[in-house]
Design a protein around this ligand. Structure first.
Ligand code: ARG
Length: 383
């Protein structure tokens, strides 16, 4: 059995049960690209500061590129006995280039390393989500333009209230989505500080250059406080909050389309390509994608609640509990991207049924407010 990277002081190896329970490689391998990027920046900084030979740095940089290639080609062997993504990559680098690899972890702990990887990952994820929101906005605007001038009943309390233009109604969603983008942009700016150099929690006496690593990784600056750097997960909570608000907006949109596609409303007909049938009722055509958008919002909210609950009782600095912060984020991002993608596709496949809508407009005194306004104007002009 291979000795653990941290195994120096240990006389016994961990039991199978403990190994299985504590490993995170089964999910945190998702961070490999960011881990390699962070290690490359760190190695370059160590060499520039005279903490590592240039020749060792070059071997490390080459080895890390080779490992990235192997992972991308599916040829890398992830090992649960090597615990997490950080130790898998470091141990594989040692297998590959030997001694120089062992110098890579100088002035670094997994506590600042994992934080760096995770911030980079969240930053990349935000950059990936925003274009999906923009696509949905375009789909909604396109739908509005296709139906320019169409008047629909506007509702309050789910009772017919006043006539509104469909484009007016649809653009309300576009506004919400614009604020959703704003929240992600804010979150990105606030998380974009570099934890490297915090090490375990107290920083290091070695002459590192935190500004160099921060700059190389595209962060605005190093984090100011090393204990905060390894403790903080509020960037994750903020990201998952922003995703939860998006999810709630999409869920409301989903609810509208499900309702409007019902026989009772009949205002929209989704095309067959975005509908599914029933295994028992041959006549059925269901708006399942939007029902699932409504349903999956629960997961995204649940992911946020997991993070909040995870952090609420934790003492400062790094605690192993924090390893549980990854899966909710991966799940939230994957779910929100799917929800945005399918909502845009659904929008492109909706037909508004004019006869049904026109039949609904005369009933329910939708012009009552306009009539009241008319009377007010009349009184004013008389006075
Ligand atoms: N796999 C750990 C995590 O995701 C990395 C940090 C572990 N640090 C430690 N001292 N055990 O949080």
């Amino acid at each position: 059995k291979e000795a653990k990277l941290w195994g120096g002081r240990f006389e016994e190896s961990v039991t199978e049960t403990v190994e299985r329970f504590t490993e995170s490689i089964s999910f945190d391998k998702e961070l490999y690209r960011q881990d390699i990027r962070g290690s490359k920046a760190h190695a370059s900084m160590l060499a520039k500061q005279g903490l590592m030979d240039d020749s060792d740095r070059d071997k490390i940089l080459e080895g890390l590129s080779e490992i990235e290639r192997l992972i991308e080609n599916g040829e890398f062997k992830w090992r649960a006995d090597r615990e997490d993504v950080h130790m898998n990559i470091e141990a594989a680098l040692t297998d590959m280039i030997g001694e120089p690899a062992k110098k890579l972890h100088t002035a670094r702990s997994r506590n600042d390393q994992v934080q760096t990887d995770f911030r980079l990952w969240c930053r990349d994820a935000i950059d990936r989500i925003i274009p999906y929101i923009a696509h949905l906005q375009v789909a909604l605007v396109t739908l509005a333009l296709k139906n320019e001038g169409l008047i629909v009943p506007g509702y309050t309390h789910m009772q017919r209230a006043q006539p509104v233009l469909l484009q007016h109604h649809l653009l309300a969603y576009v506004e919400q989505l614009e604020r959703d983008i704003g929240r992600l942009v804010d979150c990105r700016a606030r998380l974009n500080f570099c934890p490297l150099g915090a090490c375990a929690l107290a920083g290091t006496g070695l002459p590192i250059d935190r500004f160099m690593t921060a700059d190389k990784l595209g962060f605005s600056a190093p984090m100011r406080n090393s204990i905060d750097a390894v403790s903080d997960r509020d960037f994750v909570m903020e990201f998952l909050s922003a995703n939860s608000i998006i999810a709630v907006h999409l869920s409301r949109l989903g609810e509208e389309w499900v309702l409007w596609a019902s026989e009772e409303f009949g205002f929209i007909t989704p095309s067959d390509s975005v509908s599914t049938g029933s295994s028992i009722m041959p006549q059925k055509k269901n708006p399942d994608p939007m029902e699932l958008v409504r349903g999956k919002s629960a997961r995204v909210i649940g992911d946020l609640v997991t993070l909040l609950t995870l952090c609420k009782g934790l003492p400062p600095s790094y605690n192993r509990d924090l390893q549980e912060d990854k899966e909710p984020v991966f799940d939230s991002v994957k779910t929100i991207v799917g929800m945005l993608e399918v909502s845009a596709e659904f929008a492109h496949n909706i037909t508004y049924n004019k006869e049904r809508i026109y039949r609904a407009l005369p009933a329910g005194h939708l012009d009552a407010t306009t009539l009241a306004d008319y009377l007010v104007k009349k009184v004013i002009s008389i006075a």
